[in-house]
Design a protein around this ligand. Sequence first.
Ligand code: ADP
Ligand code: MG
Ligand code: ZN
Length: 498
Amino acid sequence: MSPNPATIDLARAVERWEPVIGLEVHAQCTTRSKMFCGCRADYAGLAPNTNTCPTCLGLPGALPVANGEAIRMTVLTGLALQSQIPPRSKFDRKNYFYPDLPKGYQISQFDLPLCVGGWLEFEVAGVERAVRITRVHLEEDAGKLVHPAELHRADFSLVDLNRAGVPLMEIVGEPDLRSPQEARAYLVALRQLLLYLGVCDGNMEEGSLRCDANISLRPRGTEALGARTEVKNLNSFRILQRALEQEVLRQAARLEAGETLHPETRGWSEAEATTVAQRSKEEADDYRYFPDPDLPPIVLEPAFVDALRGELPELPRARALRLRQTHGLSAEEARQLTQLPGEADYFERTVSAGAPATLAANWQVNELAGLCQRAHRTVESSGLPPERLAALLHLVDSRAVSAPTAKELLAEAIASGADPADLVEVRGLRQVSDEGALAEAVDRSIAAQPKAARDYQAGNDRALGALVGQVMAATRGRADARIVTRLLQARLPRDPGP
Ligand code: ADP
Ligand code: MG
Ligand code: ZN
């Protein structure tokens, strides 16, 4: 296979130009109601413009009331990111005109965000990295414009305000990322953290987690930052990485042609597999920010912040480390099992139910994960409670059931919801490891395949496979292959060498 020309170009571009990337991540909070009114925050499946009220429609005279739960979730996120939580914060109006913004301004936070500073540690290709967090603030989501085609080609738009006013956390990172791959790994880690905190459902396809990526290039070995492009609304990990790769190529080509780049806002076009210009970048001044006179400042008592700190769950990296230390898992197993909090819970419940930890980890990662993925389910919704997996693994561990049989039963359990350990009994699938019971089948196998027996004795190891195979067939796969092998070897001493 010859390497993709774009990959070669990318490698060449980053040899000379260093990418500098900073992400702004928007996460919808999983509150019950919207940020400033009583409408539902979860608008999935509702008919357009039915999840609205005078407040989120921006009708004259309607007043906002801040959602305390959204503030709590944002501060919790800041604490998980090691941010400072200033005692005072406030909401500001960010003014701009766009059809998805009924009031003509978005309630956001300007100079006094809820959370300031901090960092997120993550791993990319086995290397430890960290991105400093600039701030985490809370704002309201805008409505949704529904386009008949991609934005830059559409000649009309439809407006759905069901989403208008949904609590939206914005997590702004410093420009500490140095490659599209790193940017992707950072977003993966941030999403994982939000899922652990239970503050966002992380669904990028449906837009509950969205990302704007800022990228500039600078000559390697220099410090000054170049003019940045902001690529808006990247809604999958794959698109984030691809859009950034395309930007590296595009900006490098311009710079090498001697052009001066200007800050601009671009969008991703899936059809053209490239970023497309949207507008030149606005400055903060353009938004005429001012404090929202309808909302009182937010005062966060130290006792409230301390109480929230106490509510922080065990976070992904700590959990992975603990799983390695207490259960002797490999780094890779621990990493895989802690990707989602529900997966780690499932593993720990399987172990509490009596399964040996290494077996439980191995079967969850290598068998169950794949079966669930194919069935479009999670381990939690797989229909196989961890106690049932533990019972099956106990049978595997005591060699009462063979691994291939157990794998088949596991697949069946996911498909039908059956209890695999029950199936073992009902169908008489217990592995035969009683030597007396196997001896007869071993003798019959040797009698039926004298040539294979002679070949094995003469030194051909592979001939043993045929003999084992016949015993397995005769016992309908229930024989313990290790014992069969041992019995055959005892019956068929090797010829002494020449
Ligand atoms: P704006 O709303 O104008 O985009 P923000 O402060 O919200 O400004 O976000 C700025 C984002 O751009 C941050 O994520 C930051 O890391 C990133 N950024 C700033 N300057 C550069 C640059 N020269 N190159 C790449 N990213 C940058
Ligand atoms: Mg921005
Ligand atoms: Zn409303």
